[in-house]
Design a binder for this molecule. Structure first.
Ligand code: SAM
Length: 191
């Protein structure tokens, strides 16, 4: 996907990830939802790679699987986990080239089934250890819903403490959108 100047944060994350991920790589969608990111990752790694897609809702995984089927991407390369991303280290063998989190609730679904600060932080700590050199960890944060602000601040704090000789971490946010504006945090693990 092309990233025009000052694109939406998610578009930028896709652009950065697509510069790093190669066919055959292992990647993770930590919040599969309706499968947009799972499909994006499956296209990048191809049939010889591995995409691990996590969600706690059967409804989400059904929707994600259907999207991949429609797009001709439902191959053995994609592995769906009906599990919390806090089980990342147990279910995924590293190194992983890209790990994506898109926090919040399933669009069109139950707004109570939302990512939570504790499990998000637990998953992120594991994700940091699984990310390959020259790999990327991206987290789309939504401070606008209840609990979202606390979660977004905790994510920012955790990733801003990564050692700078090993990681480059940045935050990208458009300022003239909804308030408080969603933002993207990306951590790139240096080679
Ligand atoms: N990436 C998705 C897409 O492309 O459509 C959108 C993700 S949606 C904003 C957030 C998803 O995170 C929801 O489907 C929700 O069920 C899921 N979720 C919430 N807590 C989770 C957890 N602990 N582990 C994994 N997924 C979780």
């Amino acid at each position: 996907m092309k990233c025009s100047l000052l694109s939406r944060p998610m578009t930028c994350a896709h652009d950065w990830i697509s510069r790093l991920v190669l066919p055959g790589d292992t990647v993770v969608d930590a919040t599969a939802g309706n499968g947009h990111d799972t499909a994006f990752l499956a296209r990048l790694v191809g049939p010889g790679g591995k995409v691990h897609a996590f969600d706690i809702q059967e409804e989400a995984l059904r929707s994600a699987r259907e999207r991949l089927r429609e797009e001709g991407l439902l191959t053995d390369a994609v592995c769906f986990h009906l599990a919390s991303h806090s089980r990342l280290a147990e279910l995924v063998r590293g190194p992983v080239k890209a790990i994506m989190f898109n926090l919040g609730y399933l669009p069109g679904g139950d707004r109570n089934l939302i990512t939570r600060t504790d499990s998000t932080l637990a998953a992120l700590e594991q994700a940091v250890n699984l990310t390959a050199p020259n790999g990327i960890l991206s987290v789309m944060c939504y401070p606008g819903h209840e609990g979202g602000n606390t979660e977004a601040a905790a994510v920012e704090q955790l990733l801003s403490r990564l050692p700078h000789h090993l990681w480059r971490t940045g935050k990208y946010q458009l300022l003239n959108t909804s308030t408080p504006a969603p933002f993207q945090i990306c951590a790139f693990r240096l080679d």
